[in-house]
Design a binder for this molecule. Structure first.
Ligand SMILES: [Zn+2]
Ligand SMILES: [Zn+2]
Length: 142
């Protein structure tokens, strides 16, 4: 075991101060994920299926004992126009917000962003009806 690996093992806060450069195999889609191309020091989710693992209590600390698969459930836009993903753990339900990486699959992100509109409750007619209602309210304003 190299000295650097030993340090990783014993220093619990290691990944908060150092970029995680280990390639890993995604537990959900099985693709191997390399750190290069992420544009961030902490690649915490798979760029292909956007799934993550529950390994952190707070970002980068690797202290969680849960290790459940975290499904991407939503995207949102931060104040600085940066996109972020919301992940929810399949086992314990923990929610976490993560910056997207430069090479995250753009169609996957779009699909996630549009998911609420693709569901049963959101037909085109439903949307049209809703916007008509909003028009009516606008007209009613002084
Ligand atoms: Zn994956
Ligand atoms: Zn969990």
């Amino acid at each position: 075991m190299s000295r650097e690996n030993k340090k990783k093992k014993f220093d619990k806060g290691y990944f908060q101060k150092h970029p995680c450069l280990d390639p890993f195999t995604c537990r959900v889609c099985g693709r191997s994920v390399v750190p290069e191309g992420a544009g961030t020091d902490h690649r915490n989710h798979c760029p292909y299926c956007l799934s993550s693992l529950h390994v952190d209590e707070t970002p980068g600390d690797r202290r969680s004992k849960c290790h459940g698969v975290m499904d991407p459930i939503a995207v949102w836009v931060r104040k600085n126009n940066e996109w972020a993903l919301i992940h929810r753990c399949r086992i314990c339900g923990k929610l976490s917000s993560n910056r997207i990486a430069a090479d995250d699959h753009p169609m996957k992100l779009m699909a996630l962003a549009l998911r609420p509109f693709a569901g049963e409750g959101f037909s085109r007619e439903g949307l049209a009806r809703m916007s008509r209602h909003m028009d009516v309210r606008d007209e009613g304003r002084p």
